[in-house]
Design a protein around this ligand. Structure first.
Ligand SMILES: Nc1ncnc2c1ncn2[C@@H]1O[C@H](COP(=O)(O)OP(=O)(O)O)[C@@H](O)[C@H]1O
Ligand SMILES: [Mg+2]
Length: 398
């Protein structure tokens, strides 16, 4: 269900031009100058929330022995669920119930639904790509989707977030590079790993991945097949039956690696920090993306996206210039900007210090208000993206 739009490169070109012009005049007017990780357990309220039923409903299912799970119970009689148990409970409730609304609890693909491949991109480092990608991948996994995260950044921040040490563990091999390289590639399933996070696998990255950029220049000269822009898509095709959603964390450049992600994608999320410099850099990104996609389109590789959305990240709603910038983006791009924003929060950066996400840390470790505000924000973002995924599958309205 592609949005029937003019060619994507032309559409992006239009965005780039509009944005550059408006930025120009705007700028003049107003803007001057180690050990491997393990996932925690979740309490009953969290479990019910993730499954999408009331706490009461979840309790009743247990009393009626509808759900047969050995859930850990603490000294005060409170249950603590693993992510896997939450998923099993979800599937049991969906299966047991004749009510239609409960069938929606298991949200993944059905026959004929195409795999959703979502790329998180932007030119700049520090635009919140990796943070967004990992929260998106983890929340979709907790919600019951089968998720593959692909780290396409040679800096391998996403891989690090999963508790790996790429410079040691993947110095020689074991990354996505092995699957997409020109010389003796391996099947992608050999490098994909299960993670400590239920429903979430990882195709790791490492510094070696940067070789792909130089090797591609050589391969193009020698007409090596398949060409660079098909290689990632073909790899994903090999394992597509195992997943509902693939989340790709892109590097902060628009090289061959990012381009191959754009071609393999069914949806695009461009993160943008609402500051003057970031938005100006995004205008350049759109400009370049559009001309590169146009070049690839000439050889017949036109991306087929169900959606492309801008996500305002690291947003500080109390900061005047930022709110103005966010409003400006909405004026420019309307519905192409996600309604929800990912707020800047010390809960996110503090968790990040120990390579954790908001879904991994415990609420008790933070000021409640801080944690709640952050998690509400990212949950809102993910559920909006989820609605676009469901819409691409022809269910529910986005
Ligand atoms: N919503 C947020 N709130 C607070 N800090 C954030 C947020 N998003 C990202 N950061 C921090 O900003 C830095 C850069 O983010 P990152 O996601 O790595 O950007 P990118 O992948 O685009 O380079 C990281 O230190 C991260 O912890
Ligand atoms: Mg990154």
């Amino acid at each position: 269900m592609s949005e029937q739009i003019t060619r994507i490169d032309q559409r992006i070109q239009g965005m780039a031009t509009r944005l550059s012009r408006a930025l120009d005049s705007n700028m003049r007017k107003s803007f001057l100058p180690d050990s491997h990780k393990e996932l925690r357990r979740f309490n009953a309220a969290e479990a019910a929330g993730l499954i999408g039923v009331s706490l009461d409903h979840l309790r009743k299912q247990f009393f009626n022995d509808k759900i047969d799970l050995e859930v850990e119970t603490d000294s005060r009689g409170r249950r603590w669920y693993t992510a896997q148990q939450i998923d099993l409970a979800r599937r049991a409730i969906a299966q047991d119930s004749r009510a239609k609304k409960f069938q929606y609890l298991v949200p993944g693909r059905r026959d004929g639904d195409r795999l959703q491949v979502l790329s998180v991109t932007n030119f700049k480092g520090g635009a919140g790509k990796t943070t967004t990608a990992i929260h998106l991948a983890q929340k979709l996994a907790l919600d019951g989707y089968r998720v593959l995260a692909i780290d396409l950044d040679p800096q391998a921040s996403l891989t690090t977030m999963f508790g790996f040490r790429p410079e040691i563990e993947f110095a020689e091999s074991g990354t996505i590079y092995d699957a997409i390289r020109y010389d003796d590639p391996v099947p992608i399933k050999e490098i994909v790993r299960e993670t400590y996070f239920h429903n979430l696998d990882l195709a790791p990255a490492g510094l070696l991945l940067s070789e792909f950029e130089t090797e591609t220049a050589h391969a193009l000269n020698n007409n090596v097949q398949p060409p660079f822009y098909q290689r990632l898509a073909l790899c994903i095709g090999e394992i597509e039956a195992n997943y509902d959603v693939v989340v790709i964390d892109c590097p902060p450049q628009l090289g061959f690696i990012t381009l191959s992600a754009l071609v393999a994608s069914t949806g695009m999320i461009v993160t943008v920090v609402p500051s003057m410099l970031d938005v100006a850099s995004m205008a350049q990104f759109l400009q370049l993306a559009s001309s590169l996609l146009a070049t690839i389109a000439q050889v017949g590789a036109t991306p087929d996206w169900d959606f492309m959305k801008f996500l305002v990240t690291r947003f500080e709603p109390n900061d005047g210039p930022q709110t103005q910038m966010a409003a400006f983006l909405r004026t420019m791009f309307g519905d192409d900007v996600l309604t929800r924003t990912f707020v800047k929060s010390s809960a996110v950066s503090d968790a990040g210090l120990t390579q954790q996400t908001l879904y991994e840390v415990s609420r008790a470790d933070f000021t409640r208000q801080t944690y709640d505000r952050a998690i509400e924000s990212i949950n809102g973002v993910v559920s909006e993206i989820e609605a676009h995924i469901q819409a691409a599958w022809g269910r529910k309205e986005a």
